[in-house]
Design a protein around this ligand. Sequence first.
Ligand SMILES: Cc1cc2nc3c(=O)[nH]c(=O)nc-3n(C[C@H](O)[C@H](O)[C@H](O)COP(=O)(O)OP(=O)(O)OC[C@H]3O[C@@H](n4cnc5c(N)ncnc54)[C@H](O)[C@@H]3O)c2cc1C
Length: 392
Amino acid sequence: MATAAETIHAPMSEDEESALLDAIQKWVDKEVRPVVQKYDHADEWPKEIVEQMVEMGLFGATISQQYGGLGLSAVTYAKIVALISSHWMAITGIFNSHLIMACAVERFGTPEQKAKWLPKFAGGEIRGGLALTEPNAGTDLQAIRMTAERDGDEYVINGTKTWISNGINGDCFALLVKTDSSADPRYNGMSLMIAPKQEGFTTGKKFKKLGYNSIDSAELIFENYRIPAENLIGGVEGQGFFQTTGGLELGRINVAARGVGVAEGALRLATEYAQQRETMGKPISEHQAIQLKLGEMVTRARAARLLTFDAAQAYDRGERCDMEAGMAKYFASEAAVANSEEGMRVFGGYSYSKEYDIERLYRDAIFMCIAEGTNEMQRMIISKQWVKRNPA
Ligand SMILES: Cc1cc2nc3c(=O)[nH]c(=O)nc-3n(C[C@H](O)[C@H](O)[C@H](O)COP(=O)(O)OP(=O)(O)OC[C@H]3O[C@@H](n4cnc5c(N)ncnc54)[C@H](O)[C@@H]3O)c2cc1C
């Protein structure tokens, strides 16, 4: 089984990384910023932006170069995600969910699975996501009911997933199933499958959401859906729970990076506005009440960034980093919520206008406290790891 350090490749030189970030900033300014409100307000899938992200290689960002990906380190990847998210967080979800699926195949798949699927994932030819959650099971993943029964050289899958990102527009999903519903402990009966859309796999309703618009969140319905047994990730039943939680470390670093982006985006918008808006004959940035807000916002954003890169560096070294990724995800997502709310207050009444971007950041932020393991669970994971690493 490949470690994170083996699959996430050599860091770029500082010059290469800054050239890449520069190119992405230029793309954001030219292509993304002019259209974000149009797509977000209509909750429309941004086809041309997705095509550009495919062209830039973002769907292969963390996939190894040997499979046609960019092979970026988690640190460089987190910087890219934070940069884009500071303008439009939702579009990073489109390639992140896809990369978590790819990460599961690259870290835990057989050589044949990697050779077959990763080049297509890396080139964006096949795009998708991670399908874990069911109507009755989100945090308690071991309670899922979706079954996969072996029938000769195939598995027959039945059940429903819900809230799956890229559900409508994706072509393929890493699908968590029960291969043994009577296993005790329950996690021993769980497996992860590569599930392309084909007969027996349909999409249900697309959810209407508070924020995190333009990326589709949908139900996936499986009725006597048959896939070859060779689609079982790693080729051995009973590994799915660990494969999923292993993949979530990168997912949590990504959500942390999105939190950094939203926290920094809210800070940037509030800083600009506070210097332009005048009351009582001076810019509001000169009033102490606003200074206190900006002082807290910049501190939170910086702390979120440092925690996120700390976790990403541990991931790149191939270390176990559930505590670091949990701390980063927890802190950065809460920083996004706090900064976007403070940003709303800095904008006063204008914050309620759809013409200003701050309201989107406010609507988008809370999602990150729920995604990839709720922040309640993060704190419990952090505490358990902390105690384990510090025996009395
Ligand atoms: C926009 C969006 C996109 C999503 N995308 C995906 C996706 O692509 N793939 C996917 O598989 N899922 C996805 N999800 C689902 C998401 O991962 C779950 O919503 C999340 O894991 C929480 O599960 P739940 O909603 O069932 O809440 P529940 O598990 O019912 O939790 C409800 C509350 O109880 C708390 N809680 C639960 N158990 C405990 C416990 N043991 N101790 C303490 N507190 C507890 C939780 O922290 C939370 O506050 C998405 C969700 C949203 C909203």
